[in-house]
Design a protein around this ligand. Structure first.
Ligand SMILES: [Ca+2]
Ligand SMILES: [Ca+2]
Ligand SMILES: [Ca+2]
Length: 148
């Protein structure tokens, strides 16, 4: 009984088994392709949205920095309107114009005249030799002494 069954089953099943195996392989290949495609699409999507996210994050950060910078500048302007480094109180003390960074127009900022060159921020020619303080400083002359 087995002897007659085996050949008959051996004769036909190999074909159908091979067919089924082919189908299974085809299905596996298709599945692998689909899975690969899905993962690829997911990875691409993650990359794209991740990139977009980091871009908006850095944009947000830049905006925040700009706002902070403007705020800091506004705070400075409250005390130092002309941004010459002297506060309104200091300008009042030295008699300089709080709205002009170079009150006497000699080419040197008020603060620099007072703190660096010790020249008069209200007198463009401190030593009175006919040359403006800024001109003398640029040429390495002494703005506090006539003739040199
Ligand atoms: Ca000032
Ligand atoms: Ca000046
Ligand atoms: Ca001078």
């Amino acid at each position: 009984m087995n002897d007659t069954l085996i050949p008959s089953t051996n004769n036909t099943p190999p074909r159908s088994f091979g067919k089924i195996l082919n189908i299974i392989i085809a299905v596996i290949v298709v599945l692998l392709l689909v899975v690969g495609l899905v993962f690829g699409v997911l990875a691409l999507r993650k990359k794209l949205t991740g990139g977009a996210l980091s871009q908006t994050a850095s944009e947000q950060k830049r905006k925040e920095e700009l706002v902070a910078l403007n705020k800091a500048l506004d705070n400075i302007r409250i005390t130092d309107e002309d941004l010459d480094g002297l506060t309104a109180d200091q300008e009042k003390q030295s008699g300089t114009d709080p709205k002009k960074s170079d009150t006497d127009g000699d080419g040197i900022l008020d603060k620099t005249e007072i703190e660096v060159w010790k020249t008069d921020p209200l007198n463009a020619d401190t030593d009175g030799d006919g040359y403006k303080d800024g001109y003398e400083v640029k040429r390495n002359y002494n703005p506090l002494k006539k003739g040199n």
